[in-house]
Design a protein. Structure first.
Length: 302
């Protein structure tokens, strides 16, 4: 998946090659705590350089030889905002679990709780990167969790949309209520599998396979953006049909009474779900642009 490709780019960003002259070979290499050292033979075709050893330097922490600017992101994540988001998603995880068990909403509770928990762990990974921008554990934790978790949150919103369509009238929707979950959750799963396949292919050492893997990853992300856009359009059309239906007909007294009895929390929940879905969609668009920029950066050694 894209996480695997970005992990590979992180490894490439963490490596550099320094030629040693004869005196350096004779007197050894000074030890530096910021990176591990591995000696290997150069593969240059130049006869004078065939036997020239290099230092394959893998950074493990920030040092003068391993600056923050050389990492995949090029910066250390800000501490305060990531602590804030960790606390917010941690509280949401507990709240979703407790409320879900209370009201016996099994599918919704599973999807949203896993999504919030994944976000919590992901921001913990970003906090680790704040203290050490070269942390492999922090990078892998942040990439995997923050890539996958929004898909679970989107699944919870698909379930919500299904029940909103049932409540306000399935006849106002372009598709049957059950298709909102069956189709779009399946598309999310297909997108993740495409990205996983692309990540596996891109992990190869062959340039052609790396390029093919990159294209599969971008295709998976593009597919997710496309399907979410379709769902967004269907949801917007459904909302418009509901408003138009109530605007163009006489409202009975019973309906007015029912509207007054509807709790404000329901309206608040519907609005928050709509905002969350739009923000997740924006995040997916960003995910489409970000891996492409990282792939281009790695391929040009920027």
């Amino acid at each position: 998946m894209v996480a695997a490709r970005l992990e590979q780019s992180h490894l490439i960003a963490r490596t550099s090659h320094i030629s040693l002259d004869g005196s350096s070979r004779r007197h050894g290499v000074p030890s530096n705590v910021g990176f591990g050292l591995e000696l290997y033979k150069d593969t240059d075709d130049d006869d004078n350089n065939n036997d020239m050893p290099h230092i394959h330097r893998i950074c493990t922490e920030v040092t003068p030889e391993c600056p923050v600017s050389a990492t995949t992101y090029g910066y250390a994540p800000e501490l305060g905002s990531n602590i804030f988001l960790l606390v917010v998603f941690g509280v949401c995880t507990i709240a979703q679990l407790v409320l879900g068990l209370k009201y016996k909403l099994r599918a919704f509770t599973f999807a949203v709780t896993v999504g919030c928990l994944g976000e919590t762990v992901g921001y913990a990974g970003r906090i680790m990167l704040h203290y050490n921008a070269w942390s492999d554990t922090g990078f892998k934790t942040e990439i995997v969790c923050l890539v996958l978790s929004p898909s679970f949150l989107a699944a919870g919103i698909y379930l919500t949309l299904k029940h909103l369509v049932i409540y306000f009238g399935a006849e106002k929707s372009r598709i049957r209520p059950g298709l909102y979950t069956a189709v779009f959750i399946s598309c999310d799963v297909a997108s993740i599998l495409m990205q996983a396949a692309g990540g596996g292919v891109a992990a190869s050492n062959e340039v052609n396979l790396v390029n093919i893997g990159d294209h599969i990853i971008v295709a998976g992300i593009s597919f997710q953006v496309f399907t979410m856009f379709i769902c967004l359009c269907l949801a917007a059309d459904f909302g418009w049909q509901v408003l138009k239906h109530h605007k163009n007909r006489a409202v009975t007294g019973a309906e007015i009474a029912e509207a007054r009895e509807m709790p404000h929390s329901f309206r608040y929940y519907a609005i928050c779900s709509a905002v969350a879905f739009v923000l997740i969609f924006i995040r997916c668009v960003y995910r489409y642009a970000f891996p492409r920029s990282q792939i281009d950066c790695v391929s040009t050694a920027c």
